[in-house]
Unconditional design. Structure first.
Length: 480
């Protein structure tokens, strides 16, 4: 049944939707091989027979769906080399990652600005879009947004329905808006947010549709959002293992300069548990992540399944042979789940869940003193793409691929388990290691749980103070 727009909020705007989201009539790939998700185990991906709640809502708002955008293999990769559709290149620098797992959405958003800036080789790269729906379980909206120099929001957990979307784990499943402009983030969030009566991730705090805040109007009405704003830069995020000093300094300096210029008070705050956040994220989810994300086990909450997807389980030799090359992270979570469940049992996960609550309390305590917290979104700019061929054919080894990934979600994954809203904001440029050119740097703004408008207002204050991506520096030669 065709949907007819019920509002003109997004009339004529072009949007892409991440390919783990159901869009009726379009192939649903989850970024992986067709025989792993189709009922007949054939060579074609299944066609979605339903619209996800977010799909229906954007269609009712009058958008033009340009198509589904590449997502990484099973959405289990923060870089952009694992999709069955091939690697996604960063529009600002060919041969470098666009981030993942919402790799296609971020790259397409950045394509127009990169082309307009004069980045070579993009003349026939495709049509421009300015809106995207992404998904985020450890940073899969925010990491690609940072790498590509666009905005990406992880809303509060339970604000935007996940119905009709292939998830990883209900604790960490988020879907949300990505855009070139902050105002578009606000507008798109208002369109997709609110209770749908189907998603058990919804909580008593989730507003009914008629009570969803008009984020765009609230943002526009905020004339001096920086006045009296208290901003805390998490010290541990600036010098944690693997963090590049130039990226940390760009984020710190940008936050101080531009937020203070808007009237905010900026200082540092220590949250020692932030360094444990990635380990807590891992331990809290790994007991069931493989069976849920790869095997299609229905989570132990009421849910609306996707009848067109039939995920292969248990894993077999073909899965191992293909996925160890395409996305070794999938093999990793299968082995980790086996280890945790067979050797250590449920107590490991139970202990990790207690640590999640402890981590949440640590951030909540800091947010009693500050209105928002700030970290670099990622510890570095986008790394280079690996050689996708099998190692025996001269491609990158499994270890080399893992080395690129390690630490990429250190500042983002903790907020998936705690449920705080977090927005990646473009804030400058830095050189890649050992290459030519310059790549975007992202600053992450974290707010109190359910204070998503506070996060958006802080980002607006940053912009009003002169902050932003800035002009593309060009293809400079570096020896860093």
């Amino acid at each position: 049944m065709a949907l007819h727009p019920t509002s003109g909020v997004l009339k004529g705007r072009k949007i892409t939707i991440k390919d783990n989201v159901s869009v009726a009539g379009l192939p649903h790939t989850c970024g992986t091989f067709p025989q792993f998700v189709s009922r007949d185990r054939g060579d074609k991906h299944p066609l979605a027979v339903i619209d996800a709640t977010v799909t229906r809502r954007v269609l009712e708002a009058g958008v033009i769906v340009a198509g589904t955008s590449t997502c990484e293999n099973y959405c289990l990769m923060p870089l952009s080399y694992s999709s069955v559709n091939g690697p996604v290149h960063n529009p600002w620098l060919h041969g470098y990652n666009a981030g993942g797992s919402t790799s296609g959405g971020a790259a397409l958003l950045a394509l127009g600005p990169a082309r307009a800036a004069g980045v070579p080789g993009l003349e026939d790269a495709g049509e421009d879009i300015d809106l995207a729906i992404g998904g985020d379980q450890a940073g899969s909206i925010r990491v690609p947004a940072a790498y590509c120099g666009v905005y990406g929001l992880q809303p509060p957990h339970g604000l935007v329905p996940y119905t009709g979307i292939a998830g990883l784990h209900p604790m960490i499943d988020f879907t949300g808006p990505m855009a070139r402009k902050l105002e578009d983030i606000a507008m798109l969030l208002a369109v997709v947010a609110g209770y749908d009566g189907l998603d058990a991730r919804m909580t008593p705090e989730t507003p009914l549709r008629l009570n969803v805040l008009d984020y765009a109007a609230a943002l526009k009405a905020s004339v001096e959002p920086g006045k009296g704003l208290k901003v805390g830069i998490i010290m541990e995020s600036l010098d944690s293992p693997g963090t590049h000093a130039d990226v940390a300094e760009i984020v710190r300096a940008a936050a101080v300069k531009h937020l203070e210029a808007s009237g905010a008070e900026v200082s540092t705050v220590s949250v020692p548990m932030h360094l444990l956040g990635p380990a807590i994220w891992t331990a809290a989810t790994r007991n069931h992540l493989a069976k849920l994300a790869v095997g299609g086990r229905i989570p132990d909450i009421l849910s609306h399944n996707m009848p067109h997807l039939t995920l292969r389980w248990p894993p077999d030799q073909e899965m191992y042979d293909l996925l160890r090359v395409a996305n070794p992270a999938v093999i990793n979570i299968i082995l980790t789940e086996t280890l945790l469940t067979q050797k250590y049992g449920a107590e490991v996960q139970a202990k990790a869940h207690r640590h999640v609550l402890e981590l949440r309390a640590a951030y909540d305590k800091a947010l009693q003193e500050f209105d928002v917290l700030v970290t670099p979104t990622t510890p570095s700019v986008a790394p280079p793409l690996p050689d996708p061929r099998p190692e025996e054919d001269g491609g990158s080894s499994v270890l080399d691929k893992f080395k690129l990934v390690v630490g990429a979600t250190n500042n983002t994954a903790p907020f998936n388990v705690t449920g705080h809203p977090a927005l990646s904001v473009p804030c400058g440029w830095a050189p890649p290691r050992g290459g030519e050119g310059m790549l975007p740097v992202g600053m992450q703004i974290i707010g109190k749980r359910w204070d998503d408008i506070g996060v958006l207002k802080a980002a607006k204050a940053f912009e009003l103070g002169g902050g932003g991506l800035g002009q593309w520096p060009g293809l400079q030669s570096t020896t860093v």
